[in-house]
Ligand binder design. Structure first.
Ligand SMILES: *Cc1c(COP(=O)(O)O)cnc(C)c1O
Length: 370
């Protein structure tokens, strides 16, 4: 029989999820609202240090709420990392604003603070906001980026969908900007099967986000509406899963980092391989181990891994290369395109053993070009 498939990042339950869901069923608070939504928000606040949190249906919805509350509207420019997943930037289109894509730097593989600063000094029209992604769970150069945004009066939204548990100078990614978002989609470091969290130190922002996330009902007993809203709240059932998952977040980060350290140990002697760097003063969660090859075609490695039933995947195709954004402006220096063409994400499920990683590394070594 074929060996069980190893996924990039499989869901990994703590064991408490079902008992919490049972409690939800006993209370009959199945629908949105209920004590587990409050508990989940409280655990995120406690863990990340964010002052306010709102549990929502997914990370994309959290980003949409952030843009709406910051007043991003039709015709506004919104800067974003080009090297990211589409979920980071779809909400810019929901608001009919114009995305402007910025390239990464080699030091972080994330948004380049130098390019950001240069853009803001040169641009004719000041952008309203920046959405910066902490890719693959690794912190961007966020302190510098936050300073630049402050100096130029640009709102900062951190897409920390992949980086729950990652810190910069001990402070959690997602807590440097006006807003941060986390995702609990099926393949993230923690999952509620689908879900998201919006965080901000600004209490009024999160109150407003709750208003929009629950159909923008004015505070009357009858149904009164002056603005349009969304149905974006997280259900109590899923929040119960989230509470159980949060109890093991540090274990999951430690295991992801251990998996990375095994890959590093077993592959670092290969000259053509470079791993995604971790910035000084930061701790990444190493959601997915990401690397580049200098000579070997990453698709050949992917095929070899497929033959032993192991999932791997090219790095995210930068947004400025997508047909969807062919009319969008971008500010580039070739970094993300080069990384994309040479890069691969390796299986990093927290259920993996060292033997799994050894087998994967043997297969990679056999697939390298001479
Ligand atoms: C997963 C992800 C999102 C979207 O989160 P969902 O909960 O799936 O909507 C946004 N940005 C990045 C970088 C992601 O990886």
């Amino acid at each position: 029989m074929a060996k069980e498939r190893i996924f990039l990042s499989a869901p990994h339950m703590s064991g408490k999820e079902l008992s919490y869901i049972e409690k939800v069923f006993e209370s009959n608070y199945i629908a949105p609202l209920g004590e587990y939504v409050d508990k989940f928000e409280a655990s995120i606040k406690e863990y990340t240090g964010a002052k306010n949190a709102l549990a929502v249906s997914n990370g994309t919805a959290a980003l949409h709420l952030a843009l709406r509350i910051l007043g991003v509207n039709e015709g506004d420019d919104v800067l974003a990392s080009t090297f990211t997943f589409i979920g980071s930037v779809n909400a810019i289109l929901y608001q009919r604003a114009n995305p402007v894509f910025l390239d990464s730097d080699r030091a972080s593989w994330n948004l380049s603070p130098e390019l950001l600063n240069k853009y803001l000094l040169e641009c004719e029209k000041k952008p309203k906001a920046l959405i910066v992604t902490h890719l693959y769970g690794m912190s961007a150069d966020i302190e510098k980026i936050a300073d630049i945004c402050r100096v130029h009066g640009v709102y900062l939204i951190e897409d920390a969908a992949e980086s729950l548990g990652a810190t910069y100078k001990g402070r959690h990614t997602g807590t440097f900007g006006d807003f941060g978002i986390y995702s609990f989609n099926g393949n993230k470091i923690l999952t509620t099967s689908g879900g998201g969290m919006l965080v901000s130190d600004n209490e009024a922002y999160i109150k407003k986000a709750l208003f929009y996330a629950t159909q923008a009902k004015e505070p009357f007993i009858h149904y009164e509406h002056k603005e349009y809203g969304y149905n974006y709240r997280m259900s109590n059932v899923l929040a119960a899963i989230g509470v159980a998952q949060m109890e093991v977040i540090e274990e999951r980060v430690a295991k992801k980092r251990e998996i990375f350290s095994w890959y590093e140990e077993l592959l670092s002697e290969i000259e053509e391989i470079d791993f995604m760097p971790e910035l000084p003063h930061s701790r990444g969660n190493r959601w997915l181990t990401a690397l580049t090859f200098q000579k070997t075609d990453p698709l050949d490695v992917m095929q070899a891994l497929e033959s032993i039933n192991v999932e791997s995947r090219p790095l995210w195709k930068p947004m400025h290369m997508q047909e969807l954004f062919k009319g969008a402006r971008s500010y580039l220096d070739g970094t993300s395109e080069a990384l994309y063409k040479k890069g691969l994400c390796l299986a990093s499920s927290t259920t993996m053993s060292r033997d799994d990683v050894v087998a994967i590394c043997d297969t990679i070594k056999n697939a390298l070009v001479e």
